[in-house]
Design a protein around this ligand. Structure first.
Ligand SMILES: [Zn+2]
Length: 254
C-alpha cells in the first residue's frame, strides 16, 4: 500500500509539473505563485495592461466617493437556461441577451456572468464572502460589469440555488439543466444605490476602460452555498489595486 501510494505521488507530481509547463507555454495565469497576480503583466505582452493605472478591483472608500445623483441604471434581465461551465479559473455562464442593461443612456447586451470567492471589491476595507460579475457589452464594444456583493446569511440565494444541484467541480465540466435561473433574484432591493468608476477586467488581459457598477447593498447566500462554490473555485479574487487619480462616483437615487 505504501509503495502504491508513493508511486501515485510520483505520477501525480509528474503530471502536475507537466501541467504547469503546458500552462506556461499557453500563457496561462493563476491566483498565486509563479503565475500569480503580481506577475500577470510579464507573463504575456498582451497582459501588459495588468500593470496599468486604472485597474480593478479597488477598495471603495464611501466617504471619498462623489455624489452624482441621476445617472440612469436599468436592468432588463430575463430568466435563462442554466449552462454553467468550470473554466479552470471560475464558474461561468455565457449568455447573449440583447438590451439587458441600460447605463447612462447606453444599451448593453449581457455576455456572461461568473463568481469570485471571496469578493474582489472592498467597501471601506471590507471584503464580502462572494461577488458575482455580470459582464455586458454595448454595440460599440464598450464593456460594463455589474458587481453583486454577497454576504453570508440565513437565507438561500434563489439565483445561486439553481446551480447547486450539480456544480461543475472539474475543469471543462459543464452543468446544463432544463431549468431557468432568474438573475433578478440575486439583486438587492435598492438598485438605485451603487458605486461606479472606470476600471479594468480583474483577470488577464486586464483591459482598461471598463465601466464598473458595484451595487451598494450586499445580498445574502447561505454558508452552504458559499462553501460549495468556494470549494470548486478556491480563492479567485485579485488583490485590490491602487485607485490613483480616479474618482469613484456614488448614486443613491435615480
Ligand atoms: Zn470577475
Amino acid at each position: 500500500m505504501r509503495i502504491t501510494g508513493f508511486l501515485l505521488f510520483i505520477l501525480t507530481t509528474v503530471f502536475l509539473c507537466n501541467g504547469i509547463n503546458l500552462q506556461a507555454q499557453s500563457h496561462d495565469w493563476s491566483y498565486s505563485g509563479e503565475f500569480g497576480p503580481e506577475h500577470w503583466f510579464e507573463i504575456d505582452p498582451e497582459f501588459s495592461s495588468c500593470n496599468g493605472k486604472s485597474q480593478s478591483p479597488i477598495n471603495i472608500i464611501s466617504s471619498n466617493s462623489e455624489d452624482t445623483n441621476g445617472i440612469s441604471l436599468e436592468f432588463h434581465y430575463h430568466p435563462f437556461f442554466v449552462d454553467l461551465i468550470n473554466n479552470g479559473h471560475t464558474l461561468i455562464e455565457k449568455i447573449d441577451e440583447e438590451k439587458a442593461l441600460t447605463f447612462g443612456g447606453i444599451s448593453y447586451s449581457m455576455k456572461q456572468f461568473h463568481f469570485h470567492t471571496p469578493s474582489e471589491h472592498q467597501i471601506d476595507g471590507e471584503n464580502f464572502a462572494m461577488e458575482i460579475h455580470f459582464v455586458h457589452q454595448s454595440e460599440s464594444g464598450k464593456f460594463a460589469v455589474v458587481a453583486v456583493l454577497i454576504e453570508e446569511g440565513e437565507h438561500n440565494n434563489h439565483f445561486i440555488q439553481h446551480f447547486m444541484k450539480s456544480l461543475p467541480s472539474h475543469v471543462n465540466e459543464e452543468l446544463k439543466a432544463d431549468e431557468k435561473a432568474d438573475p433578478n433574484e440575486t439583486f438587492p432591493k435598492h438598485l438605485d444605490k451603487f458605486y461606479y468608476y472606470s476600471g479594468s477586467f480583474t483577470t488577464p488581459p486586464c483591459t482598461e476602460g471598463i465601466n464598473w457598477i458595484v451595487l451598494e447593498e450586499p445580498v445574502e447566500a447561505t454558508k452552504e452555498q458559499i462553501d460549495a462554490i468556494h470549494e470548486i473555485i478556491k480563492d479567485d479574487n485579485r488583490p485590490i489595486q491602487e485607485v490613483n487619480d480616479r474618482v469613484v462616483f456614488h448614486s443613491s437615487s435615480n
